[in-house]
Design a protein around this ligand. Structure first.
Ligand code: GAF
Length: 393
């Protein structure tokens, strides 16, 4: 089993160092933004529903330096070359690969009303300790770090909810993944030891203390290392099913439906679409129940909602994989309070909430269960809710 130790590389220092190496001078500033874990509320964001994610300690940092011309140049520790483009030639089609994330953000800022006609170009260097492909929003971490860096450096004055939309637009139009607003909101709005309860229709966000540490609880991430890709396949198909279900039921979004509507939905929809709809409707209710239970009884009482969320994603939404199911079942069998897969699905990570003393036991048992099945060795580590996007230097 490989354990990831939080803080083993400092992305801010790495970004400063990498910038100096590539661009031959010191950066004017460094900004960083975290990955996220979604505590509950999966595939509800693009259905105008509710989500309750939190920002984690793993971050992506971007070092920025000014230029005298209109060129944008980006380099990173995870790709060999520098990519450059004239700001005046930047379109969704003119960039691809990893650079679509940072350069897509520069384009999307203009779409949200920023006047880029007289700004000067920049050099950017990105470094990160957010695991890629783990379902922990390494993409949103890049987008949000770059969005705040450019906003502050260019003096654009966009607020954080707008910067979240900028990141989402970059991902939808430039990267080509039809994702919702959750990940960018968690990354930008997260705070230490708190979750972001977001209404994805109004975009009203409430930062709610989680109180895990005070209650003697730990949240374990089990990265199955089964890689997922949102730009292709299953994610888009689920979104299409949800839209078809809403259209057949005569509502603008599945957010408008409640559990009392499910009997009618069962009559009108084919079995598969019905199960997709049922997941979203019941998941919205589970988010509300989780937030209420957290307030009324504390974090030790939210486990049943996490467990039920996983069952719904496995059986109704069908976005789990055997490795995620095994991680969840093993954590539950060894005393976790609750466990579920987190993120878009088809791979990535599961989370499990447990009393602190169980962490080594669950870690060991999950690793053993994976080895026994011949699955790839998982990466298992605890996470703590952390501060959102910020300027570091
Ligand atoms: C991915 C997407 F980016 C989010 O918008 C959300 O839909 C999530 O999958 C599923 O809840 O992380």
């Amino acid at each position: 089993m490989s354990e990831t130790t939080t803080g083993s590389i400092d992305p801010v220092a790495q970004a400063q160092h990498g910038f100096a190496e590539w661009f031959g001078r010191r950066p004017a500033g460094v900004w960083s933004s975290p990955g996220r874990v979604n505590l509950i509320g999966e595939h509800t964001d693009y259905n105008d529903g509710f989500v309750f994610p939190f920002a984690i300690e793993q971050r992506t940092a971007v070092a920025l330096g000014d230029r005298d011309d209109r060129m944008l140049r980006v380099a990173t520790s995870f790709a060999p070359d520098v990519v450059e483009i004239d700001l005046d030639l930047l379109t969704p089609e003119s960039v691809d690969g990893w650079s679509a994330y940072p350069l897509g953000v520069a384009w999307a800022l203009g779409e949200y009303g920023a006047d880029l006609s007289s700004v000067r170009g920049v050099d950017l260097y990105l470094a990160s300790d957010v695991p890629v492909g783990a379902g922990l929003s390494s993409s949103a971490a890049i987008e949000c770090a770059v969005a705040l860096a450019l906003d502050e450096h260019w003096g654009l004055g966009l607020d954080r909810p707008t910067l979240a939309k900028v990141g989402q637009l970059a991902e939808n139009r430039v990267v080509g993944a039809p994702t919702g607003i959750m990940d960018q909101s968690a990354s930008l709005l997260g705070e230490a030891d708190a979750g972001v309860f977001l209404d994805c229709r109004s975009l009203d966000a409430e930062v709610i203390p989680l109180g895990f540490a005070a209650a003697g609880l730990s949240l374990l991430v089990i990265d199955t290392r089964v890689s997922h890709a949102h730009a292709t396949g299953g994610y888009a198909a689920r979104r299409t099913s949800c839209e078809a279900g809403a259209a057949a039921l005569g509502v603008e979004s599945l957010r408008e439906l409640h559990e009392g509507d499910l009997a009618r939905a069962a009559e009108l929809l084919d079995d598969e679409t019905f199960r997709r709809v049922r997941h979203v409707v019941t998941e919205n209710q589970r988010v509300l129940d989780t937030v209420r239970t957290l307030h009324e009884q504390g974090p030790g009482a939210i486990g049943p909602f996490l467990d039920a969320s996983h069952v719904s994603m496995r059986d109704d939404f069908e976005i789990s994989v055997p490795e995620l199911d095994l991680a969840v079942a093993t954590a539950q069998a060894n005393g976790a309070i609750g466990a579920r897969m987190t993120g878009g699905g088809f791979g990535g990570s599961a989370i499990a909430l447990m009393i602190d003393a169980l962490v080594p036991i669950v870690t060991r048992e999950v690793a053993a269960a994976f080895a026994e099945r011949g699955y790839r060795e998982p990466s298992i580590f605890t996470v703590r809710a952390s501060q959102g996007t910020r300027r570091d230097v």
